[in-house]
Design a protein around this ligand. Structure first.
Ligand SMILES: N[C@@H](CCC(=O)N[C@@H](CS)C(=O)NCC(=O)O)C(=O)O
Length: 225
């Protein structure tokens, strides 16, 4: 098998990297340098015309979008147990809806909390961030409630949904969002970090981040609020 993940450190490509590590799939990484505009280059756009990471090349298939990639990996490597077994079309749709909740509802809020200036300019950044944080509160409470009686989103077993939630949590935690109000989600994040596969995915990112720093093209988001 040949797999190559196009990624940039700290981005949502971590979601795919964690799933690949958890599934025990060997893969190489290809660093995409945002500060050099590589994600918008014609060369990279052959891998992902949307100019975003992640993109995954696997056995001749070119995949984009975390939800699609996770669904593909789950279908192709069922023994990895990346998602709970779906015994009916309805269950499959509910699993997909969970992943879409991360990509379509939570991720856009993450970006507004992390980089609000990109949406309404530096003068309005604080207002954008605060508005997104208020919206995020409702969804973090949803996750907090869901984890009331189980360690992971689906119960006793970790799933790719937990890896996705982990990246979301980590990203806003690092942007100053007050995660202490959600203690179960907080310990969910720390439990994720104790998983060897997650450790390996994070180590890959750190190596790529060191490379960006050595080249002088590491992205440092301005602090807002
Ligand atoms: N829906 C996509 C979102 C991908 C995405 O927004 N990736 C960000 C990094 S977290 C990116 O590449 N941003 C670069 C840009 O939009 O210019 C997915 O889940 O894969």
């Amino acid at each position: 098998m040949a797999a190559k993940l196009y990624m940039a450190p700290y981005t949502c490509a971590r979601v795919t990297a964690i799933a690949l590590e958890e599934a025990g799939i060997e893969f190489e990484t290809s660093l995409v340098r945002f500060m050099k505009g590589e994600h918008k280059s014609p060369e990279f756009k052959r891998s992902n015309p949307k100019g975003k990471v992640p993109a995954l090349e696997i056995d001749g298939d070119l995949l984009t979008e975390n939800v699609a990639i996770l669904t593909y990996l789950d279908e192709r490597f069922p023994e990895a147990g990346l998602m709970p077994e779906a015994a009916s079309p309805g269950q499959r749709a509910r699993n997909t809806a969970d992943l879409c909740f991360c990509s379509s509802t939570l991720h856009p809020l993450v970006t507004r909390i992390r980089m609000p200036m990109f949406f309404a300019g530096p003068d309005n950044a604080v207002a954008v961030k605060r508005t997104a944080e208020l919206a995020m509160d409702e969804y973090f409470q949803l996750v907090e409630d869901r984890l009331a009686d189980k360690p992971w989103w689906y119960g006793a077993d970790w799933s790719a949904m937990d890896g996705y939630l982990y990246w979301i949590f980590w990203r806003v935690e690092g942007a100053g969002y007050d995660v202490s109000r959600f203690p179960r989600f907080l310990s969910h994040a720390r439990e994720n970090e104790r998983r060897p596969a997650v450790e390996r995915a994070l180590a890959r990112e750190e190596a790529l981040q060191r490379q960006l720093e050595a080249e002088g093209v590491a992205f440092v988001p301005p602090k807002v609020g």
